[in-house]
Design a protein around this ligand. Structure first.
Ligand SMILES: [Zn+2]
Length: 68
């Protein structure tokens, strides 16, 4: 998972992440009509917006890449 930091208020832990996902799912239906997802693969994920839960800024939120 990606870590974020808000440069405006210093928040490092609480964000709303808005994303768009394309995925493949193996849906297995039984004869009674119940469907179970047996496998799921994320094909593509785009982060649309990350909003700080403390100050509600999205412009000041940056991705953090921990060393190592
Ligand atoms: Zn903030």
């Amino acid at each position: 998972m990606t870590l974020y930091r808000c440069d405006q208020c210093g928040n490092k832990t609480r964000f709303d992440v808005f994303d768009t996902v394309r995925r493949r799912r193996f849906e297995h239906a039984d004869l009674g009509g119940d469907v179970e997802v047996e496998d799921e693969e994320i094909l593509e994920r785009t982060i649309d917006r990350v909003v700080c839960r403390w100050c509600e800024s999205s412009d000041a939120v940056i991705e953090v890449h921990p060393e190592g």
